[in-house]
Design a binder for this molecule. Sequence first.
Ligand SMILES: [Zn+2]
Length: 377
Amino acid sequence: MQLSETVRLYLTKKQYMLVSDMMTTYIATVNRLVADAVDGRAIAKLTSKDVDAYLPSALRNQCIRDANSVFTRYQKACRDADYRNARGSSHGKGIKQAAVPVLRRPCCYVNNQNFKVNGTDIEFPVMMDGKTKRISVHTKMTVRQKAIFTGARLGTMRIVYKGRRIVVQIVYEKPEQDAPAGEGCVMGIDLGIKCPAVSRCSDGSVMFHGNGRRNKAMRRHFAAKRKALQKAKHPEAVARINNKEQRIMKDIDHKISRGIINTAKKHNVKVIKMEQLANIRSTTRKSRKNNHSLHTWSFYRLAQYIEYKARLAGMTVEYVNPAYTSQTCPVCGHVHHANDRDYVCRCGFHIHRDLLGAINICNSTEYVGGRDARHAA
Ligand SMILES: [Zn+2]
């Protein structure tokens, strides 16, 4: 599986200028090539010689590859829009067209042939006095990152701003483990606010993960701080606070997902089931969990962490229809809403409400197509 690690670059003043110029030129070049392609010029077979840009030839080549994939995605979006318009025309819906994509965020991509991790330094090419020159930039890496960069097969390196700093994100390949032997168990995971995650295994075992009350207190703490800083007009301090909150929340989600996968390993789980969350961009579908966009984002991130850790452990992840998972009686199938902590069914079955979802998800066979999952570091 492809994962990525982020490392901050400690550039000299001169290096900073060279690299930031290169990022701006890179994005402008990709945009120009995409515009050419939209105008009907074939860009698929261009070589670095055909691209007039003040960039090392390796990066000009990468621009062509990036422009090609942006253009391919645009063509697909156009086809999808045509298809939707053809279907929707009888319903009197307006014609929607795909917009020509324009990349705005300065960045550049260097493929693994053209950068090198040397101890804690990273070497890559830039333009200097009209010529390509490799520079060696100092970074700070953790011991774990150093081990990854020397041991794993590396992919593309992306250079990008993070605030005013420049960081690199390096893709690497992490091998996936084999699926557990034998029959194996199924685990259903219910994500929630009061309890961040409840796991229920087909062998009957149940586990609560995380601390919803503490998360809520933390969010409130950061919201209050943010408000005070906004009032005092400290935008940089606000950004710092936001970054810190994000870091802490990500760390919590990493711990919860690790705990879930460790539990799953202990119970020889082969398949993990979660509810399919509504598309983050669409606001049409609403369920118990998708009412607040803020919560949707945090559910989405935790689900992604669980998914990629599960796949690394050789488990399969399946998504099931979220409808009625918190209302259906697992014994008789009757559907009704629980008003307090206890879910009591007319058949006599009763259970803590937070557990019901995990049981129904574990038992559900209403699969909805796998979501394309990319790990966001
Ligand atoms: Zn019942």
